[in-house]
Design a protein around this ligand. Sequence first.
Ligand code: TA6
Length: 292
Amino acid sequence: MNDCCRKMIVQDRIALKKGHGNLPYFELRFNGAEAHVYLHGAHVLHYQPAGQAPVLWQSKSSHFEPGKPIRGGIPVCWPWFGPHPEDPSQPLHGVARLVEWEPVQSAATGKSTSITLKLPDSAYPDASLQLTVELSDHLGVTLTTTNKRDTELKVTKALHSYFSIQNIHDVTVTGLEGQRYINKLLPDKSLQTQTGPISFAGETEHVYTNTPHDCSVIDKARKRRIHIRKKNSLSTVVWNPWVEKAARMPDFGNEEFREMVCVETANICSDCIVLPPGQKHAMHLQIQAQPI
Ligand code: TA6
């Protein structure tokens, strides 16, 4: 364990442990709640409020190795979302989730337990990136980009959250009613309008743009509502791979689509962030689960 990691540890509140694939992670505790933050990709893989089932889903088939993304939790998609805008040889969803980040600071107070990590400068010299995870009666995640160039920097990004649900057939996503979205599965990429709550009966990939709205996952079978609040994010992606796409993904169990739904907090497509030289942009996500 290097000195940087050792300095983050706080007895009973922040521990450094070895997890899947023997990868190191920080275990955060606060009033019976727990979160796990892997140094690989600054990946929040686990969040469990006191007395509840885990809120984030993780695949039993996930890779846990350098250069590959972890399947589940909250992948950091940065500095591009989806395919690289110009170079098809670049990895899907950017470089941030593929490398080990460095711990910067931690805190354990009467209000929360938190840790901040930063992307190594070598991973993307044009910008610096930090992720802060704060555990209290909810989970807060803040992704902060700083433009290090002397020209403007265009960035698309997402906190690509995988939520654990009991049964995809008995789940809805509310809060996006009336919002405009692109249905990525249709050849026609024109904007549709969301009518009513989102339910799931097949592969679903909706990109809601120009929407600052919070939303919720209503898990009827588990009798739980997961509130997803955000700041400085104008895009939300709702995704479930369903049968065929799940079967094509080696790090995703064939039947696991039934127990997860992605609601991603993002700035993508027309909501791309254009940062002047030296400027910062902080995108904030807050996850809170409550019985219904
Ligand atoms: O957010 C939806 C999406 O862009 C899907 O198209 C699918 O590719 C998903 O992300 C997962 O991407 P990944 O690279 O993690 O397999």
